[in-house]
Design a protein around this ligand. Structure first.
Ligand SMILES: C[S@@+](CC[C@H](N)C(=O)[O-])C[C@H]1O[C@@H](n2cnc3c(N)ncnc32)[C@H](O)[C@@H]1O
Length: 216
């Protein structure tokens, strides 16, 4: 499976908010420039009201949960998963299967700041997380093959085994719709009658797409 957490609400603090007191306070506490800190809805709630789509932005915690689940999955350990995060600003992060992410959110936020500021993370000369400017559409063209976009209102779907050699796109945002236009490049599917959080959608896909024999 190529797994893409798409339109993820993860970004550095945008220029319009750099002078807000809550933003400057976070930067001072962290010993960083405001422009090098992650936007965080729980810390920058009042400033976010002044931003377009402010009600859904600053949610790196959603991506954090999804990545912890994906990268620790049996499928990933067996080399059968390829994980990407595509952000609202059309930046694409690609994760090496053996990268170990911090379980603690504050440390994860620091790691994401390093990726967004320095263009990636390296260890002993090897790139563990890469970053490039790329739209969701262009990422899908690059990966090729069948793509499934998961959404609450999609077509009811239950043939999970067919996801195994395909691209699966899950929204990394708290509510609303995808902002990327992928035209008719994907089948739009629903995997439950319930509205799920993004990480629950990730866990259902990973648990159901792979056969039980993979586990032993
Ligand atoms: C919190 S939801 C966003 C809400 C959005 N209204 C939606 O269409 O699901 C985050 C992501 O979880 C996935 N998701 C949530 N419920 C789903 C469902 N019933 N079937 C398929 N995917 C779902 C979608 O990829 C969605 O973008």
């Amino acid at each position: 499976v190529h797994l893409i957490i798409a339109d993820a609400e993860i970004e550095l603090i945008p220029d319009e908010l750099l002078k807000f007191p809550a933003v400057r306070a976070t930067a001072r506490r962290r010993g960083k420039k405001p422009s090098e800190c992650l936007l965080d809805s729980s810390l920058h709630y009042s400033a976010l009201r002044h931003l377009k789509d402010g009600g859904r932005r600053g949610r790196a915690d959603i991506t954090h949960f999804c990545l912890l689940l994906a990268l620790d999955s049996i499928a990933n350990r067996k080399g059968m998963l390829h994980t990407f995060v595509h952000t609202r600003n059309d930046l694409v992060m690609e994760f090496s299967p053996d990268v170990r992410l911090p379980k603690n959110y504050n440390r994860f936020a620091g790691l994401m700041e390093d990726v967004l500021v320095n263009g990636g993370v390296w260890s002993e000369g090897r790139q563990l997380i890469s970053l490039k400017k790329e739209s969701l559409k262009s990422l899908l063209e690059r990966l090729g093959g069948r793509a499934y976009l998961l959404e609450e209102d999609g077509k009811q779907f239950s043939s999970f085994a067919s996801l195994r050699d395909a691209t699966v796109i899950i929204g990394g945002f708290p509510h609303g719709s995808f902002i990327s236009d992928v035209g008719n490049m994907c089948r739009r599917i629903s995997i439950s009658g319930e509205k799920l959080m993004a990480w629950s959608a990730v866990s259902i896909v990973l648990a159901r797409a792979f056969p039980a024999k993979l586990y032993f």
